[in-house]
Design a protein around this ligand. Structure first.
Ligand SMILES: NC(=O)C1=CN([C@@H]2O[C@H](COP(=O)(O)OP(=O)(O)OC[C@H]3O[C@@H](n4cnc5c(N)ncnc54)[C@H](OP(=O)(O)O)[C@@H]3O)[C@@H](O)[C@H]2O)C=CC1
Ligand SMILES: O=C(O)C1=N[C@H](C(=O)O)C[C@H](O)C1
Length: 269
């Protein structure tokens, strides 16, 4: 029996779920001990490796998260908001580190996640990559340095299967810009422009979303001034960057006290 932290992956058949299986299996710092899918999914009850079209891995995909979490030290969860809320309660019950990559939460759902962090380590970020987390810091600095007459727009592009907008990353970048400028994002957001919108609200932080093909994830923070523009950009070309970040978080969380953390904490930025 290995001493390496055991990891369970939820939503294992998903785009990120399958990327996480590869990342955890390739790591010499963790071992994959469980795989969860929703009840009724055709992977449930079958060997994970066979489901993914490869050799058997000796891990049976389960629809019983608590049974899987009880054997693990960390849960990596890239699913959907309602599922993540349930997983948070169960991960706290099992005292597992819960790494949450899921995006698209309503404010009330984020509030409902809080109790779990009293009992377990909960690490949540709308983007787990090093590059985007660095970009949030740069965005904050630039917003701090510029006057409020520079218009700030966050423009994001993703694949045609993405269900939420603005992306979790766009919201992180918008939040960083708002913090840099010293304003509340909720009171200064402008998004979904269509029709006779009227002029841009002074001081607003704008959001625009593009959806198409297999775009992994692209984000621009545009600072538009009079006679000049600054554009900060991150382009993801491989979902492995998110999976590597999530695994790093799961390992980092092993030595932390219960509480709510993000990737800025994990990366020490
Ligand atoms: N923070 C980050 O760095 C990143 C975050 N994301 C976010 O991660 C999430 C997943 O993205 P992606 O992998 O592309 O999406 P997919 O739709 O490919 O995968 C989601 C998976 O979760 C499963 N799922 C949903 N509900 C449950 C449940 N109740 N129990 C178990 N499994 C469940 C889905 O099953 P089914 O198909 O049956 O619905 C599916 O297999 C999104 O919110 C996305 O925005 C993505 C990339 C990076
Ligand atoms: O759904 C995705 O694919 C992604 N989601 C995250 C987001 O909402 O920002 C992170 C990444 O951009 C990919």
């Amino acid at each position: 029996m290995s001493d390496l932290p055991g990891i369970v992956i939820t939503g294992v058949s998903g785009r990120m779920g399958q990327m996480l299986v590869q990342t955890v299996r390739a790591s010499d710092k963790a071992r994959l001990v469980g795989a969860v899918e929703r009840a009724g999914h055709d992977w449930v009850g079958r060997d994970l490796g066979a489901c993914m079209g490869g050799p058997e891995l000796g891990i049976t995909v389960t629809d019983d998260p608590l049974e899987a979490f009880a054997k693990a030290q960390a849960v990596i969860d890239f699913t959907a908001p309602a599922a993540t809320l349930e997983f948070a309660k169960l991960a706290a019950q099992a005292r597992c580190v819960h790494v949450i990559g899921t995006t698209g939460f309503e404010p009330a759902q984020l509030e409902a996640l809080k109790p779990a962090a009293r009992h377990a380590v909960l690490i949540r970020a709308g983007n787990m990559s090093l590059g985007v987390n660095l970009l949030t810091q740069l965005t904050k600095k630039v917003a701090q340095a510029l006057d409020a007459d520079w218009d700030i727009e966050v423009i994001e592009a993703h694949h045609n299967k993405k269900v939420d907008a603005p992306s979790g990353t766009a919201l992180m970048l918008g939040q960083a810009a708002a913090e840099g400028r010293g304003i509340a994002l909720e009171e200064n957001t402008e998004s979904g422009r269509d029709g006779i919108t009227g002029a841009r609200k002074p001081g607003a932080i704008g959001f625009s979303a593009i959806r198409g093909g297999d775009i992994v994830g692209e984000h621009d923070v545009l600072f538009a001034g009079m006679g000049e523009r600054i554009i900060l950009r991150h382009v993801a070309t491989d979902r492995a960057i998110f999976a590597r970040g999530a695994l790093k978080a799961a390992l980092w969380g092993q030595t932390q006290k219960p509480g709510a953390y993000d990737m800025i904490d994990v990366l020490g930025l």
